[in-house]
Design a binder for this molecule. Structure first.
Ligand SMILES: [Zn+2]
Length: 65
């Protein structure tokens, strides 16, 4: 199943830890912040810390509102 960017609906990698493309992520948070967010979410996923991952995901979704 293909994931799609929640902002621009373009296709993103299935194994992406985020629900939006790089372009939109950088547009929302800026390049530096975006990379930090992706890195921390990848760390959470890689360490199987799903609770932290979900919390991070939820706060990101809220921060876009
Ligand atoms: Zn996008």
């Amino acid at each position: 199943m293909t994931k799609k960017c929640i902002y621009c609906k373009s296709e993103i990698s299935d194994n992406s830890v985020i629900d939006f493309c790089d372009k939109c992520g950088v547009g929302v948070w800026g390049e530096k912040m975006f990379k930090a967010i992706v890195a921390s979410m990848e760390n959470a996923r890689d360490s199987n810390n799903l609770e932290l991952f979900n919390n991070t995901s939820r706060s990101l979704n809220m921060s876009k509102l």
